[in-house]
Design a protein around this ligand. Structure first.
Ligand SMILES: [Zn+2]
Length: 116
């Protein structure tokens, strides 16, 4: 069972997502999470809000190590339709605020740690 209070203290950047599971074997720590449903998101091209879900897909992002152990987050991300008929973007993915960015395979905290 995952305790939300402990996870928020340990990994505060996961507050933007819904954590569904955590596997901590002897090596890798694997966290399963999903971006939240039912929240309208602005299209990155035209800015119009949409909550019309097209699909979901799973991104595997590397996070900062915990206790020297590598952490991978299997993050289920929403793909939404842009509802603006004049927008060139048909669909777009909802990024997890403070956690992921387009085309990045590492979380924002992990990228910050690497750049230091
Ligand atoms: Zn758009």
């Amino acid at each position: 069972m995952v305790c939300d209070v402990e996870l928020e203290v340990l990994l505060p950047h996961l507050a933007a997502v819904q954590v569904e599971g955590l596997e901590a074997g002897t090596g890798l720590i694997r966290i399963t999470a999903r971006t939240r449903d039912g929240i309208a998101v602005a299209c990155p091209d035209c800015g119009r809000s949409s909550d019309w879900e097209h699909s979901r897909y799973v991104r595997h992002v590397t996070d900062e190590a915990v206790g020297g152990r590598p952490v991978v987050i299997d993050l289920s991300v929403r793909r939404l339709y842009c509802e603006n008929p004049d927008c060139p973007k048909t669909t777009f993915a909802k990024q997890a605020d403070g956690l992921t960015a387009r085309y990045q395979r590492r979380t924002r905290p992990c990228r910050g740690w690497l750049s230091r």
